[in-house]
Design a protein around this ligand. Sequence first.
Ligand code: SF4
Length: 184
Amino acid sequence: MERGRKIILLCHCILNCNSKVEGLSTFKSMIKNLVDILHSEDVGVIQLPCPEMHVYGIKRWGHVKDQFDTPFFREQCRIILEPTVNQVKNYMDNGYDVLGVVGIDGSPSCGVNLTYRGNFGGEFSCIENYKECIDTLKMVNEEGVFIEELKSILNEKGLDIPFVALLEDDMVRSIEDIKNKLFK
Ligand code: SF4
């Protein structure tokens, strides 16, 4: 049977925007612009698990990387990633082309080029000045925790796969970037 033998890994919320922290998504279901391109390029999709849904569920607050950078969160990332990485290895060992991983820039978990740090934490009712707390929020050129763990597992298994990212505030440029880097 005919098949493209090309696969891409997408962070979970690209195909299911409902998993994002409530209030953040500007899409109703999925990022169709990217999905349409993948369909026209005959690329199959593996949807990565959402680590924040796994650990905290849909009622979670927005977090910063500092809050997810714990041994437990990292361990959970590894646990939920392992079955997918094993499938990826099997595809690659059998001649399939795994084009890359698409992350979500700005996410404390799934950022590839950008994530957020800040002095967040503690009991809300004890914080006298919320603005001071929010003012510590800063975007930094780092990966999120989930992407760090994914890269580390791929590296341990000797799998070399490029990483790119969508930035929701600059979707047109992000998609052009993905096309240039992954579909040359
Ligand atoms: S943790 Fe990752 S997959 Fe889940 S909502 Fe955030 S960016 Fe999307």
